[in-house]
Ligand binder design. Structure first.
Ligand code: URA
Length: 243
């Protein structure tokens, strides 16, 4: 971990958004930083491309080769890397190099926020059901949902692959439901709304963890900021996992 060719930890942390080098030194001195699972002392060096760095037990991404894009997906675009039927996919909309993958999926008809990256570790942490990263959707449904339907959606709905976990659900308008789930089952929101008798006519994902961007135009994308990435890493935190 402390190979002489590595970089000083405070330099890596400062670049990764943890404040000035001085601030980063304080974080290290407080014993909050580990390299490959070992608490790091001031003076330690690390190789950002290969060493695993964590702050407060949460693994952070510091490899400069890693990229993070936020896309506002339009309907009709497939969220896989390639489509055997030759339909447009999300990766066609983004830079080709380095190769990236979507973090989870949105159905072809679903619109809204989708994260794409080449960071396999963050992808795993964000999509792992035990971390429960919230995803918020706006669903326009057919009909005017009853209070009973909303309550059912909140408490859990029986689907063919089991009960859904409790969800945050509120009515935003006559046929508009805001629904926040932390599971990532296939077509989950559509199937939940079907199950209570109000089929989805339009579905938009408006938030992933704490990440939202109402200004991002449909079909466009941007890179995550350093502070968004840090917050997302906290959302997907691994501090509660056994070492
Ligand atoms: N739930 C759905 O039904 N579709 C999506 O694309 C995402 C969540």
């Amino acid at each position: 971990m402390d190979a002489p060719e590595g970089e000083r930890l405070q330099k890596i942390l400062a670049r990764a958004g943890f404040g000035s080098r001085r601030k980063a030194e304080q974080i290290i001195a407080a014993g909050r930083v580990s390299v490959n699972g070992k608490v790091a002392e001031l003076g330690v060096r690390a190789a950002p491309a290969t060493d695993e760095l964590a702050v407060d037990g949460i693994v952070i991404s510091v490899n400069p080769d890693l990229v993070y894009y936020l896309l506002n997906k339009s309907a009709g675009v497939i969220s896989t890397v390639s489509d055997p039927q030759g339909r447009p996919t999300v990766v066609d909309l983004l830079p080709r190099n380095p190769q990236i993958h979507p973090v989870g999926r949105l159905d072809s008809e679903t619109e809204g926020l989708l994260l794409l990256t080449n960071d396999g570790s963050l992808t795993h942490r964000l999509t792992h059901p035990s971390h429960g990263v919230e995803k918020e959707y706006l669903a326009q449904v057919r009909g005017d949902p009853s209070r009973g339907a909303v309550r059912q959606l909140r408490e859990g709905v029986e689907l063919d692959d089991g009960m859904t976990a409790p969800a945050k659900v509120s009515l935003k308008g006559p046929s508009m439901i805001r629904i926040v789930i932390h599971e990532g089952r296939n077509r989950q929101v559509r199937r939940m709304c079907d199950a209570v008798g109000y089929p989805v006519e339009r579905l938009v994902r408006t938030r992933i963890g704490s990440l939202r961007d109402p200004q991002l135009e449909p079909g466009s994308w941007r890179e995550l900021t350093v502070s968004e990435l840090r917050t997302l890493e906290k959302d997907a935190g691994v501090a509660d996992e056994p070492a």
